[in-house]
Design a protein around this ligand. Structure first.
Ligand SMILES: Nc1ncnc2c1ncn2[C@@H]1O[C@H](COP(=O)(O)OP(=O)(O)OP(=O)(O)O)[C@@H](O)[C@H]1O
Ligand SMILES: Nc1ccn([C@@H]2O[C@H](COP(=O)(O)O)[C@@H](O)[C@H]2O)c(=O)n1
Ligand SMILES: [Mg+2]
Length: 210
């Protein structure tokens, strides 16, 4: 498992490339489908590092970066930030981390994200975890999340659902056509969803016959 890639992309300053063998799993699904919640469980049980594209973008706003205002406006409108910004943040996070296996949550969000990440990093996901959840349930969860997110209001939630249907589902279909999607019924309670997730991450040789 794993892809040997130049995750550092240090050509610009002339220093040596970092060739790091990494395993990447994309974690996709609609807003509020439970991606972050399940990533926390996977980290604890299977030792992956969780990189949430949304969290990295929110941290970039807080850091006072020159892109901060642009990112904040895009998030408020539920729009997808240009790939170069998000990929730079993901690359840096992968490079700076000692781990070699990563859950990339909420990315790629559209075709531009997908194609740019692949060409810039050379990384192909091992597989894609797809949390499939009804819009009604996702809306209920987002409206009661209470984490102070500026985009958890009904107006922005509707915009995020539209972007998900129009731009993100086609990416999931792309990976499905390559046989890479592991679809999970995410409408179930957290513990039940994690049972399904665990079965995907557990090698068949480790599974005990019932
Ligand atoms: N299976 C579940 N059943 C009920 N509630 C859940 C379930 N999974 C997550 N939640 C709750 O729903 C809310 C959204 O979950 P989470 O933040 O994991 O979603 P997400 O997919 O990361 O959303 P976003 O794309 O907006 O970041 C949280 O309050 C979480 O506790
Ligand atoms: N690849 C991405 C991921 C996220 N965004 C922006 O962040 C918002 C919140 O993302 P969550 O995954 O935390 O829900 C999202 O609505 C986008 O505005 C992005 O641009 N590109
Ligand atoms: Mg999340």
């Amino acid at each position: 498992m794993g892809t040997v890639v130049d995750v550092a992309n240090k050509e610009a300053n002339g220093s040596a490339h970092t060739n790091k063998k990494v395993t990447v799993i994309f974690v996709l699904g609609g807003p509020g489908s439970g991606k972050g919640t399940q990533c926390t469980n996977i980290v604890e049980k299977f030792g992956y590092t969780h990189l949430s594209a949304g969290d990295l973008l929110r941290a970039e706003i807080k850091s006072g970066s020159e892109n901060g205002t642009m990112i904040q406006n895009m998030i408020k409108e539920g729009k997808i930030v240009p790939s170069e910004v998000t990929i730079k943040l993901l690359q840096r996070a992968i490079e700076e981390n000692g781990n070699d296996k990563f859950l990339i949550d909420g990315f790629p969000r559209n075709e531009e994200n997908r194609a740019a990440f692949e060409s810039v990093t050379g990384i192909e996901p091992e597989f894609v975890l797809f949390f499939d959840c009804s819009e009604e349930e996702m809306e209920r969860r987002l409206l009661s999340r209470n984490q102070g997110r500026e985009d958890d209001n009904i107006e922005t939630i509707r915009k995020r659902f539209n972007v998900y249907m129009e731009s993100s589902l086609p990416v999931i279909e792309y990976y499905n056509s390559k046989g890479k999607v592991r679809k999970i019924d995410a409408t179930k309670p957290i513990e039940e969803v994690f049972e399904t997730v665990k079965a995907i991450f557990t090698p068949s040789s480790d599974k005990v016959a019932a």
